[in-house]
Design a protein around this ligand. Structure first.
Ligand code: ADP
Ligand code: MG
Ligand code: MG
Length: 246
């Protein structure tokens, strides 16, 4: 699904990613762990196509297509979803309007028919119910006044609604209490399927108690310095990242 080869990204003329390679197949959950400043968010932003994150070398293919040649909205329409550490609040725009607009914009880009009001409401009701978001919450402005857990429920609904194939979740677990952490984990586990994949970027092992990754990678100094199974995350938690420091 995703093949990153020798990726170099520069931010404000500073090299941050320095030859990162990673392959993610459909059905897999990959955890990316690493200390602060390692380049984890830079990887997420590079994949999403955020302006200012300049790729100077390497390649990224997403389902056989050159991802780097696509605009951010085209990447989203192909099924790439970037989850934020701190979800954005959008005063004056209801969740319902936001989701329907996003869904139909993506369908249009894919050359698909837009969802009718009835189709959309059926879809949103199913997902919101499964993820514990009430109709009252859906009518409120996006994330305005939502608790940490509610924002994460909302994000899980977005993830499910927008035809996501690859979810890139950047420290989606940071600052959450245990209940909100469970909400995040439920959302991810519900999202998991043979046709989808997750890049779970996290500083801490904690979330991985609830979402068991297929692979764990250590990102340091702008590249993957070690890869392993779920046990690698436990070892990192016990030993820290220092022993990787060159
Ligand atoms: P992580 O998410 O692993 O903590 P980041 O990708 O956020 O790491 O940052 C990696 C490095 O890039 C850090 O040294 C950080 O200071 C730098 N960096 C990130 N964003 C910017 C920016 N917009 N301007 C300048 N430097 C940046
Ligand atoms: Mg950081
Ligand atoms: Mg970060």
């Amino acid at each position: 699904m995703l093949t990153i080869h020798n990726l170099h990204t520069t931010v404000a003329d500073k090299p941050i990613l320095t030859g990162l390679s990673l392959t993610v197949n459909a059905g897999e959950v990959h955890a990316i762990m690493g200390p602060n400043g390692a380049g984890k968010s830079t990887l997420a932003y590079t994949l999403a196509g955020r302006p200012g994150y300049e790729v100077t070398e390497g390649s990224v293919s997403f389902e056989g297509e050159d991802l780097l040649a696509l605009d951010p909205h085209e990447r989203a329409a192909r099924g790439l979803f970037l989850g934020f550490q701190y979800p954005v609040e959008i005063p004056g725009v209801s969740n319902l309007l936001f989701l329907r607009t996003a869904l139909n914009a993506q369908r249009k880009l894919r050359g698909e028919a837009e969802a009718s009001g009835a189709e959309f409401m059926k879809l949103i009701k199913t997902e919101a119910e499964a993820l514990g978001l009430s109709m009252d919450m859906l009518k409120r402005p996006v994330n305005v006044g939502f608790s940490g857990g509610e924002k994460k429920r909302n994000e899980a609904v977005q993830l499910a609604m927008l035809g996501t194939k690859l979810a890139v979740l950047d420290e989606t677990d940071s600052g959450l209490d245990i209940d909100a952490l469970r909400v995040v984990a439920d959302g991810i586990n519900r999202f998991r399927s043979p046709a989808r994949a997750v890049l779970l970027i996290t500083h801490y092992q904690r979330l991985l108690d609830y979402v068991r990754p297929d692979f764990v990678h250590v990102l340091m100094g702008g590249r993957i310095v070690e890869s392993g199974g779920p046990d690698l995350a436990l070892r990192l938690e016990a030993q820290g990242y220092e022993r990787h420091a060159a």
